[in-house]
Design a protein around this ligand. Sequence first.
Ligand code: CA
Length: 228
Amino acid sequence: MTKPNILVIEDEEKIARVLELELRFEGYEVEKALDGLEGLEKVREGSWDLILLDVMLPEMSGVDVLRRIRSGDDATKVIMLTAKDALDDKVSALDLGANDYITKPFQMEELLARVRAALRSQKPKEEEDVLQVADLKVNEATHEVHRGTASITLTATEFSLLVSFMKNERHVLDRQQLLDLVWGYDYYGDSNIVDVYVRYLRNKIDKGYDPQLIHTVRGVGYVLKDPR
Ligand code: CA
């Protein structure tokens, strides 16, 4: 995995230098800019995972830099560094699309925690919604199901059953639990419907593939797991 790269736009050289050292120590790539114009240039030249942007900067203020960044389609994460109690700065920074702000003077630990949080939340939405067991992948957002590279089409009920299994990976689910999860508590029909749908699902996600992922636990119910 490549290191996340962070641009620090900060005119106080001492603070910029400490940030650079601490962030490098944490394993990030770091570049500095010492005024707003230089900062904006670097924003445009590079591809950044995160920008730490001071509000009070020579040449161009941090708020103006942020405004320029957001005036295009640039959704790069930005954490603003604001002076103590400068409420207007914070409000306008968030209004203009900063993702977070930190008040100076800040504790390095807090800053690093905010940096980690900002970088975590940058994970693409699709990745967050993907459930995976062995080579079976289920995207909850798009309803796409893959076994290896093969795309599998499921009905809504089959999909819901599969998601219930995936979210309870390695936990044996009995018929009643599956009925509740998939058909809802107000279902009064025959619980054999569970067996019927598990069979449909197996035909689609297990038949012809290795390893088998849905297992029958005699007298209890079913479990989805990678047996290896
Ligand atoms: Ca400053």
